[in-house]
Design a protein around this ligand. Sequence first.
Ligand code: ARG
Length: 564
Amino acid sequence: MFEDEALKILKTSGIKNIEKLEVPHQEEFGDLSFPCYELAKEQKRNPVEIANDIVSKIKVPKNSIIERVEVKGAYVNFFFNYSKFSQLMLKTILSRKENYGGSNGKKDKIMIEYSSPNTNKPLHVGHLRNDSIGMSVSNILEFLGNKVIRTAIINDRGVHICKSMLAYQKWGNGKTPQKSKIKPDHFVGNFYVMFEKKLKENPKLEEDIHAMLQKWENGDKEVRTLWKLMNGWVLSGMRETYNLFGSKFDFWTYESEIYDKGKDILEEGIKKDVFIKNEQGDLVAKLEPELPNKVVLRADGTSVYITQDMSLARMRFEKYKMDKMIYVVASEQNLHFKQLFKILQLLGYGWYGSCHHLSYGLVNLPSGRMKTREGNVVDADDLIREETELAKQEILKRDKKISKKELEDRGRKIALAAIKYYLLKVEPIKDVLFDPNKATSFEGDTGPYIQYAYMRCANILNKVKKWEKNLLNKEMHPGEKKLIKTLSMFPSVILQTSNDLKPNYICNYAFELSNTFNNFYENHRVINAETKNLKNFRLSLVDATKIVLASCLKLMGIETVEKM
Ligand code: ARG
């Protein structure tokens, strides 16, 4: 909003088509600046000359929040009047409260698919990254006034599912998770790992798998009964993990219910000459030379992953008529989604352009790449449990009298903050190196550190019984200025995050705000400020900081704590 004012002033000099200003990093360059290099190129003039020219022409209105405009090098620099600026900012934040930075105007209907597990094994840290990104992006889009539908496709049939089933059938001896006292999704996952081991010793097992898959597709009673039993186990275990982690969905779609619904799309594609038979008898989507061709129906008639995705996309768009469909899926599937969207385009679905793959990188371990098949994986439940233990130890160092129940509750909240933040602060497209020991460090660029800053604000405000808002301070200190300026940047950070779908922006911002606040608090007396007016002004600042930190945490999917 202050950028708009600076832009307006800039335009009084006669230049046009300027839409963005820079936020300089050094104080001497003021609060916003306009670099003249582009204009210089266009006009073939010296940029410093242009900057001087602009400043000599512009008119700053009397009551403007911009106090002065100066040339430094080839930049036109705008300096705020911080008393006015902070008055306006505090008024906005304290009146809009948790809506500050958000929007309630009706916008788009957006469906976001995330997590989407296979039901042959429990969730691992890769799913937690997926969920963290999916939830955070959903929260941000919702905050900006969009209607968000959260969904997942549960891949509950196919070769990988048959593997754990076959292992159980052969070597399970009728054991159950209840009798074995193992969490049911882990119980099933153990059979999956067992199968992969046995397969190495005996490659012939491959044939049994295909026989089982065939039986499943033909509705064989025995196979279906086993499938229902084991899927039920996995899903109940997963639900528990989702509840613990806070992953929320409006609904799930099960692959078993939709996998054979795409037949008419295949016919349509043949008619439109998008799909053709190859020499081996497979039906293939012609995508070359732009992309590799893609098999959409195997010669033996078994269904293919991408074909299910074609009909799933169509079902979703027909039923929900959304403006945008976001798939949060690992970067290993980049090609898959390129091919999928291209096929949808070739088939003539107008909405193909509304599909977006939010691709994210792997989560690697210090020991290398995770592989569930080999049991080298950070299990989601284990991770949450271990981090909770670490958090509890930290809490006990500070608070020996805490009740058991509270310790558990607070420990979990802090542990989840650590995990979510660790996974969110890396740009989605980059890989994360997950070092279980580092994630829960409670200092520096971590989730608990942000929770701590929030808690500090809350505690300060709780301590003072009576205070009144005071938005005006005539002589602002650098620490106060910096805090106001950081608070003022929140709305644009939110917009950027939603444009680029990169929740790491919010993490960076929340970290910066926490640091700025801590600096302010270390250098300024708040409750014992020199005058009552100053005390009320600083308490208003603390209140505004608390509001914005609470929003950041909420958007990252992190809960607040009252004590740490
Ligand atoms: N279950 C799949 C996997 O674990 C991911 C599904 C992604 N979503 C989709 N619509 N293809 O690899």
